[in-house]
Write a protein that binds this ligand. Sequence first.
Ligand code: UDP
Length: 423
Amino acid sequence: MKRIAFISEHASPFAILGGVDAGGQNVYVSELAKQLAAGGYLVDIFTRRESPDVPRCVQWEEGVRVIHVDAGPPEVVNKEKLLPYMAAFRNDMLAFIKSSGIRYDLMHANFFMSALVAMEIKAILNIPYVVTFHALGHIRKLHQGEQDQFPAERVHIEEQAMHTADAIIAECPQDQEDLLRYYHPAAEKIKIVPCGVNLDELYRIEKQAARERLSLPQDEIILLQLGRMVPRKGIDNVIRSLASLDCQRRHIRLLVVGGDANLAEQKGTELFRLRQVAIEAGVQAAVTFTGQRKRDELKYYYSAADLFITTPWYEPFGITPLEAMACGTPVIGADVGGIKYSVADGVTGRLVPPNDPDALAGAVDSLLANPQALTAMGAQAISRVKRLFTWNKVASQLDGIYSNIISRYKTATKELSEFRRAV
Ligand code: UDP
């Protein structure tokens, strides 16, 4: 049986999603680990201990364990501040490997800090590794400039990781382009493997029933925005677009799901800022902020909505459009990154420029004007997701990549020991 070590320094399967730092990467690591285990792998997920009370090692699912690594204070720390703790992370992970006597066949690092840990462990133990960056320092700097709080070393670490990794997972063609353009790794190392959706968790529920379940009115047009509450997600753009939609007369409501509702009154938080944006745009009566929702509730939100909207400035992949599509809800998404790959323009929704409330309002108007086309798009969305974006398919693509690398290493090790015996 093949043993894989997932490294995900800040994103644990146990986190509550939809806050500032917990979102797509947590889902990616959890779902892939489960799928790989179902396919016969043994997976250990190494993640930083964020509480003194959790056990060192938790048997989470059959074939999947979560190993809490001691690195820095045992509490939640913003991911921008974690780099100094990565040496401790590496040492504690090495200590676990040594004391457990496990020989991992491969590591899969997630995010640049985990890649740093993986490349150092590879140098010591000769275990190959694959990396998914989830986001790239260069791209973040381009969009966020001075507001980017990650240490300057990030880009250099990413460059080193591209050279030492055995494969680099690009999540979409745009990610591949960015990797090549800004980091120049060997092109053959890059493999495009998208994100996925769990169809047992996210599926269509009849709209009326979904709304009843959430106590939402049946006679409103519901637009849904769901995700982490950070400025780059462009939620302000969605709120501003309402100003030209005549929401009151047309009974249009925007539901904003995500973020810690307890912080909504706290200045400096994104939720607080978004409330101000709604007030300034004169649309506060048409916007409902629900706060974070658990995964087993999401299918009701996606199914209750007439349209799902997501207009980030940039997006390495973006799992939420897939989740909406799996529930049969057409998506209006920004024409960026992974969204322009997952949303088929005119087939499963519409693509619009980011940061352009008028273009977004125009797209909402034109889709709402044609309910028949909207229904067809919902059905097409489900088939597109089933065809291209299930975690099961994603895991089987990764299995192919892992297996190639593992057998290459086994052959090389065998040849080396034969050579040593011969000389
Ligand atoms: N999410 C959630 N509850 C919330 C808000 C978000 O479970 O209240 C999940 C959402 O369903 C998705 C993930 O967080 O699976 C966000 O992933 P995405 O790739 O869209 O964004 P990222 O976090 O990678 O920027």
